[in-house]
Ligand binder design. Sequence first.
Ligand code: PLP
Length: 349
Amino acid sequence: VNAVGHNHPALTKAITEQAAKLLHVSNLYWIEPQVKLAKLLVENSCSDKVFFANSGAEANEGAIKLARKYAKEHYGEDKFEIITMNKSFHGRTLATLAATGQSKFHQDFKPLPAGFKYVPFNDFKALEDAIGPHTCAVMMEPIQGEGGVYAAEPDYLTKVRRLCDDRNLLLIFDEVQSGIGRSGELFAYQLYGVEPDIMTLAKGLGGGVPIGAFLAKEQVAAALKPGDHGSTFGGNPLATAAATAVLETILADGFLAGVKEIAGYFATKLEELAAKYPVVKEVRGKGLLLGMELDVAAAGVVNGCREKGLLINGVAEKVLRFLPPLIITEADVDEAVAILAEELAKLSQ
Ligand code: PLP
């Protein structure tokens, strides 16, 4: 979320200026910073239209609704099913929980909304075989975060895009975690050269101010008519002014090149730790969405690092996930790696 760190001057300025001017007005009216942000997003992505929400889950809810409405209009009443991936994470509302391909999140909340099917990630054949008469879309994170930091194979995404085109399915990328510069590109799909029909954003977009968005190609977006979807707070002046400042910062000359450079440095340092400490199984990920899989539970290392002032988290039990602000420096990485090394050394004694 804190893509540009804490107290970034551009973000602080945008928020204070906007707060002094206009905090909220209804979406019945044109909202200037909202228009500005939408323009920035479409000019810098493959999408043509944006809907603003308040969180990642809400953005995904909107994407699911749009896919269903589009499919219904174009291919008939019985097209509603969305195929998602095992180990995915799409949010904690009922529909996005249902879209999330991890049963541990489902257990206590059944019955969940119908119309979701799960397949293993990076398994093209499984996806192809899962398509049925009701399928309307395929939804995935190009780089899975919560599920353990797994990036899509380039060849897989290319084939999935072709499959979706051949079978009249929409391709939805959940870039809530992988978007807004995290991968080293503004959006992770740009790493792969594979364009989604619908894309969702949140987390880093507002740099800490709650905002989400779903974006779509014109022809797909056209399925949503006035009244089909809406949000009281979505795209409000404060949130969109903040997100505009974040996006302008990330789009400034040299920023993304800097992310790629520091990400390369961080990955190299993590690889060095992997070579030194046998407890490390693998280092993986893209850009500043990195994971280190251990042979043991990650919790001990996460806690040990926290005691020393380094905040990281553990996902999928044995994976340490690193999602630092995009503005970290080599000195920050060195400090983090030194702390991590102490914790890994303890496990390797
Ligand atoms: N999608 C992905 C890929 C996420 O990582 C998350 C949150 O971790 C979400 C959706 C849900 O976002 P939010 O917590 O803002 O609802």
